[in-house]
Write a protein that binds this ligand. Structure first.
Ligand code: NAP
Length: 300
């Protein structure tokens, strides 16, 4: 029985980080500039703490400065906005990321809108979101950017392919659909109100799943030979051979590899690409803020 090629996100992310590191070293040598990434964490959610620590380590590893701030769970919106305003003014900070989700008392949209558009390395600010839709030059959200890089590495040109995106969130589904449209794919977006979702998926040359529902996409939902990008990160408990927590994607990997042509694993697929793209965005933001032409990234 045929088995899908595993798209190794860890390996491709390492290549991207190496390219970013080369450009960071060049910026330092030629302009005496070191890109600075500031990450703001509110509260003590263990998963968020791990994400934030990873981002910091990886920023340092590519030669950037890393600034991390942890604010108490009880912080007020006013205090948080003031913090962001200070980071907006700080010339050592080129990229600002506020780790989501935020506590209930905080209006997430107001927080996102407070981040200076030029430092919005997550690409969540409404102006950057609008620029993406209109085909302008803004900051592109990291997760769909990473997915697109994986697709291009594996498939080359994507034009004329039928892409189905499961999920329509502002941070993954919608920007992913826009980016694939820009690559001249025919795009279908499916969500929780979509009828005959398996049928929609079976039409996809490219399937990107960003639903957050463990293993709902089964092998018989896939078109044989299709390329499957699994964005979902879901924690499940297994009983056998012993009780443990395990991370799985939205795709039932065991049945999907028998049908797909290529597939990303979870973990080790999209996740590492998201952080590598965050570093790339910080580099791009630094160049733009200093009037330096931004690097054209080509992965080896
Ligand atoms: P989200 O904001 O919760 O959006 C989920 C989307 O999936 C919604 O549009 C929802 O539809 C749709 N949906 C939910 N259940 C569905 C079902 N049974 N059938 C069809 N559509 C369904 O989630 P998100 O922030 O986009 O994240 C999605 C997943 O990706 C999560 O597991 C998250 O942890 C993961 N993620 C991973 C990375 C990474 O770096 N690997 C980055 C970001 C997110 P409605 O709009 O109709 O409600």
């Amino acid at each position: 029985m045929a088995t899908a090629t595993i798209i190794d996100g860890k390996h491709i992310a390492a290549k991207l980080r190496a390219v970013v590191a080369t450009h960071v070293a060049k910026l330092k040598k030629e302009y005496n500039l070191v890109p600075g990434l500031a990450v703001l964490l509110v509260g003590e959610d263990p998963a968020s703490q791990i994400y934030v620590r990873n981002k910091g380590w990886q920023a340092l590893d590519v030669g950037m400065n890393s600034f991390q701030y942890t604010l108490p769970e009880t912080v007020s919106l006013t205090e948080l906005l003031k913090y962001i305003n200070d980071l907006n003014q700080d010339h050592n900070v080129n990229g600002i990321l506020v780790q989501l989700p935020l506590p209930k008392q905080i209006d997430t949209e107001m927080v996102i809108e407070m981040i200076a558009v030029s430092k919005d390395i997550d690409g969540f600010h409404p102006l950057n979101a609008g620029l993406l839709v209109l085909g302008g030059v803004g900051m592109i959200p990291c997760t769909p950017m990473g997915c697109l890089m994986l697709l291009k590495q594996y498939l080359g040109k994507l034009a004329s392919m039928h892409a189905v995106i499961l999920g329509r969130s502002n941070i993954v589904g919608k920007p992913m659909a826009t980016m694939l449209l820009r690559e001249n794919c025919t795009v279908t977006i499916a969500h929780s109100y979509t009828r005959e979702i398996a049928e929609e998926c079976r039409r996809a040359d490219i399937l990107v799943s960003a639903v957050g529902n463990p293993q709902i996409v089964k092998g018989d939902w896939l078109k044989p030979g299709s390329t499957v990008i699994d964005v979902g990160i879901n924690r499940i408990s297994t009983q056998y051979p012993y009780i443990m927590d395990k991370l799985v994607g939205d795709v039932d990997f065991a049945s999907a590899i028998k049908v797909a042509g290529a597939i990303t694993p979870v973990p080790g697929g999209v996740g590492p690409m998201t952080i590598a793209c965050l570093l790339l965005n910080t580099l791009i933001a630094t160049c733009r803020q200093n009037g330096i032409s931004e690097p054209k990234i080509k992965l080896p």
